[in-house]
Design a protein around this ligand. Structure first.
Ligand code: ZN
Length: 118
Protein backbone atom coordinates (compact mmCIF):
# COMPACT_ATOMS: atom_id res chain seq x y z
CA UNK A 1 0.00 0.00 0.00
CA UNK A 2 1.68 3.14 -1.20
CA UNK A 3 0.60 6.76 -1.12
CA UNK A 4 -1.46 8.68 1.36
CA UNK A 5 -4.89 7.43 2.17
CA UNK A 6 -7.48 10.17 2.58
CA UNK A 7 -7.32 11.02 6.29
CA UNK A 8 -11.03 11.75 6.24
CA UNK A 9 -11.68 8.12 5.37
CA UNK A 10 -9.61 6.85 8.30
CA UNK A 11 -10.98 9.47 10.66
CA UNK A 12 -14.53 8.77 9.52
CA UNK A 13 -14.05 5.08 10.31
CA UNK A 14 -12.54 5.94 13.70
CA UNK A 15 -15.43 8.27 14.38
CA UNK A 16 -18.00 5.56 13.62
CA UNK A 17 -16.13 3.16 15.90
CA UNK A 18 -15.99 5.75 18.70
CA UNK A 19 -19.70 6.49 18.36
CA UNK A 20 -20.53 2.77 18.44
CA UNK A 21 -18.33 2.37 21.54
CA UNK A 22 -20.05 5.29 23.27
CA UNK A 23 -23.50 3.87 22.44
CA UNK A 24 -22.51 0.42 23.75
CA UNK A 25 -21.03 1.89 26.95
CA UNK A 26 -24.12 4.03 27.50
CA UNK A 27 -26.28 0.90 27.27
CA UNK A 28 -23.94 -0.91 29.64
CA UNK A 29 -24.05 2.01 32.06
CA UNK A 30 -27.87 2.08 31.95
CA UNK A 31 -27.95 -1.68 32.64
CA UNK A 32 -25.69 -1.24 35.66
CA UNK A 33 -27.83 1.60 37.00
CA UNK A 34 -30.93 -0.58 36.58
CA UNK A 35 -29.20 -3.49 38.30
CA UNK A 36 -28.07 -1.18 41.12
CA UNK A 37 -31.60 0.10 41.63
CA UNK A 38 -32.88 -3.48 41.80
CA UNK A 39 -30.10 -4.52 44.20
CA UNK A 40 -30.69 -1.56 46.51
CA UNK A 41 -34.26 -2.70 47.01
CA UNK A 42 -33.09 -5.93 48.61
CA UNK A 43 -30.27 -5.16 50.97
CA UNK A 44 -28.17 -2.04 51.33
CA UNK A 45 -25.20 -4.01 52.55
CA UNK A 46 -25.35 -6.54 49.79
CA UNK A 47 -21.74 -7.29 48.69
CA UNK A 48 -23.09 -6.99 45.14
CA UNK A 49 -23.45 -3.27 45.80
CA UNK A 50 -19.68 -2.72 45.90
CA UNK A 51 -19.22 -4.70 42.70
CA UNK A 52 -21.90 -2.65 40.99
CA UNK A 53 -20.32 0.62 42.16
CA UNK A 54 -16.95 -0.54 40.84
CA UNK A 55 -18.46 -1.62 37.51
CA UNK A 56 -20.28 1.67 37.20
CA UNK A 57 -17.10 3.68 37.75
CA UNK A 58 -15.21 1.48 35.34
CA UNK A 59 -17.80 1.96 32.59
CA UNK A 60 -17.98 5.70 33.36
CA UNK A 61 -14.19 5.92 32.95
CA UNK A 62 -14.33 4.04 29.64
CA UNK A 63 -17.13 6.31 28.50
CA UNK A 64 -15.02 9.35 29.36
CA UNK A 65 -12.12 7.93 27.35
CA UNK A 66 -14.37 7.21 24.37
CA UNK A 67 -15.70 10.78 24.50
CA UNK A 68 -12.15 12.18 24.65
CA UNK A 69 -11.31 10.06 21.65
CA UNK A 70 -14.30 11.39 19.76
CA UNK A 71 -13.13 14.91 20.62
CA UNK A 72 -9.67 14.14 19.24
CA UNK A 73 -11.19 12.74 16.06
CA UNK A 74 -13.36 15.82 15.58
CA UNK A 75 -10.33 18.04 16.20
CA UNK A 76 -8.38 16.06 13.61
CA UNK A 77 -11.22 16.42 11.07
CA UNK A 78 -11.16 20.16 11.72
CA UNK A 79 -7.40 20.17 11.03
CA UNK A 80 -8.06 18.35 7.75
CA UNK A 81 -10.46 21.14 6.76
CA UNK A 82 -7.99 23.84 7.77
CA UNK A 83 -5.19 22.08 5.93
CA UNK A 84 -3.04 21.69 9.02
CA UNK A 85 -3.66 17.97 9.38
CA UNK A 86 -0.52 15.85 9.30
CA UNK A 87 1.78 18.59 10.58
CA UNK A 88 3.28 18.32 14.04
CA UNK A 89 1.72 20.96 16.32
CA UNK A 90 5.02 21.32 18.15
CA UNK A 91 7.71 21.51 15.49
CA UNK A 92 5.60 21.92 12.35
CA UNK A 93 7.32 19.05 10.57
CA UNK A 94 5.15 16.52 8.74
CA UNK A 95 3.99 13.56 10.79
CA UNK A 96 5.05 10.30 9.07
CA UNK A 97 2.26 8.58 7.15
CA UNK A 98 2.79 5.32 9.07
CA UNK A 99 2.18 7.13 12.34
CA UNK A 100 -1.00 8.72 11.01
CA UNK A 101 -2.14 5.36 9.68
CA UNK A 102 -1.62 3.79 13.10
CA UNK A 103 -2.99 6.78 14.98
CA UNK A 104 -5.03 9.08 12.73
CA UNK A 105 -5.56 11.57 15.55
CA UNK A 106 -1.85 12.09 16.22
CA UNK A 107 -0.98 15.79 16.49
CA UNK A 108 2.75 15.45 17.02
CA UNK A 109 5.60 13.66 15.28
CA UNK A 110 7.25 10.76 17.12
CA UNK A 111 10.20 12.71 18.59
CA UNK A 112 7.86 15.43 19.89
CA UNK A 113 5.45 12.82 21.30
CA UNK A 114 8.40 11.18 23.05
CA UNK A 115 9.47 14.44 24.65
CA UNK A 116 6.05 14.99 26.12
CA UNK A 117 6.02 12.85 29.26
CA UNK A 118 2.61 11.48 29.94
ZN1 ZN B 1 7.36 17.45 16.03
Amino acid sequence: MAGHPDPRFLLGAERQAALARIAALRREFADIVTAAAAANGDDEHDPEGATIAFEREHVAALLGQARDQLGEIDAALLRVEKGSYGSCVRCGRPIPAERLAARPTAVTCVPCAGRRSR
